[in-house]
Design a protein around this ligand. Structure first.
Ligand SMILES: NC(=O)c1ccc[n+]([C@@H]2O[C@H](COP(=O)([O-])OP(=O)(O)OC[C@H]3O[C@@H](n4cnc5c(N)ncnc54)[C@H](O)[C@@H]3O)[C@@H](O)[C@H]2O)c1
Length: 346
């Protein structure tokens, strides 16, 4: 990879390679843009196949955070960090404290939090070395239920746009992934009267959704083919790709997963099929809203969270309106709106 070329293309400000042999730490902190404030974004721990994969992930995710934070009207820029390692086997106090020291050395330019593969528990160790960490237990905590709430409000904005109704009673929603966000979302949808079709790779999660929410279960690969009103990706990225896009039998794609489209061309493909796509970094902004309350120092309460989450359906309506008026995809419209907020003029 020609790193500086990529940084120029993606417009990153700074990338830090963190190496602590004794602690076994190999991490990358990517700061994409700080025009609106310090770069906030979680710390992912993953067993990457190659170091280049880890760098690419950090670059892609940090850029996404700039767009997401701008869209959520937060006084924050975008950043993200990745720790290379197996989260089930290689976590230790030493590792996270070493990571915390690197975060601290940036003097507040980057604020970390939990992400895939890390937990509020791990962030406690990070917090022993730096105050530039959020999402701690006893403060804003696990953001996933709030992310789910935001996705739920976003789905309603989508059904309103497509079917002219926010009432989800009888709507069929297919959820891919019943993890921290997917299971909370399933509960909210079930309580709102939606019919659920679900999948996961773990049997216990599927059985829980079947038992608790009367969900119909399908195999992981079958979720793309089911007839539904809303397909909600809540597991992996790049699930809308050349193998899946023509199989979708839905009117709306709206879920929590980051980077749902394999690339921009799939936004066009969805539009051609008359499927409304809720841009991922808009609909899944609830988690960062939750964390931002902790960072801002405002006393944390569900009331404040609920009020701030209203930005999600509002922003989606703006995105859908712009896409319709300009004849562009919703993904493109979201980018234009986000860039108008964080890019320096002139
Ligand atoms: N947690 C948050 O607050 C938050 C915020 C914004 C975005 N996201 C994104 O939302 C997605 C889900 O986050 P999470 O915190 O719930 O993660 P998670 O790891 O708790 O859940 C993911 C679930 O997907 C399942 N899964 C994995 N591969 C699958 C496959 N091929 N088919 C079906 N299911 C599969 C896993 O078994 C797991 O249950 C991720 O893409 C994450 O980046 C999460």
């Amino acid at each position: 990879m020609e790193l500086f070329k990529v940084l120029d293309q993606m417009e990153h400000e700074e990338v830090v390679f963190c190496n602590d042999k004794e602690a076994g730490l190999k991490a990358i902190i990517a700061i994409h843009n700080t025009n609106l404030g310090p770069a906030l974004g979680g710390c992912r721990m993953w067993k990457y196949a190659t170091e280049e994969d880890a760098i690419r992930d950090a670059l892609r995710l940090s850029r996404g955070m700039t767009y997401k934070n701008a869209m959520m009207e937060l006084p924050l820029g975008g950043g993200k960090s990745v720790i290379i390692g197996d989260p089930r086997k290689e976590k230790s106090e030493k590792l996270f404290r070493a990571f915390g020291k690197f975060v601290n050395s940036l003097g507040g330019k980057y604020i970390t939090a939990e992400d895939v593969g890390t937990s509020p528990e791990d962030m406690k160790y990070v917090a022993q070395e730096t105050s530039y960490v959020a999402g701690l237990d006893g403060k804003s905590g696990d953001p996933s239920p709030i992310t789910a709430k935001g996705v739920f409000l976003g789905i309603k904005a989508c059904t309103d746009w497509v079917f002219g109704q926010t009432d989800l009673k009888g709507m069929v929603v297919a959820i891919q992934g019943l993890g921290h966000v997917g299971m909370s979302l399933a509960k909210l949808l079930y309580e709102a009267g939606a019919e659920l079709i679900v999948t996961d790779i773990y049997e216990d999660r599927i059985r829980e959704a079947e038992r608790e929410f009367n969900a119909k279960v399908v195999n992981p690969d079958e979720i793309y083919d089911v007839k539904c009103d809303v397909f909600s990706p809540c597991a992996l990225g790049a699930v809308i790709n050349e193998n899946t896009v023509d199989r979708l039998n839905c009117k709306i794609v709206a879920g929590a997963a980051n980077n749902q489209l394999k690339d921009e061309s799939f936004a066009e493909r969805l539009a051609e099929k008359d499927i409304l796509y809720a841009p991922d970094y808009v609909i899944n902004g609830g988690g960062v809203i939750n964390v931002s309350i902790e960072v801002s120092g405002i006393p944390y309460s569900m009331e404040v969270v609920e009020q701030k989450l209203q930005i999600i359906p509002k922003r989606l309506r703006e995105v859908f309106t712009m896409a319709k008026e300009k004849g562009i995809t919703t993904a493109k419209a979201a980018d234009i709106i986000a860039e108008s907020k964080f890019k320096k003029k002139g």
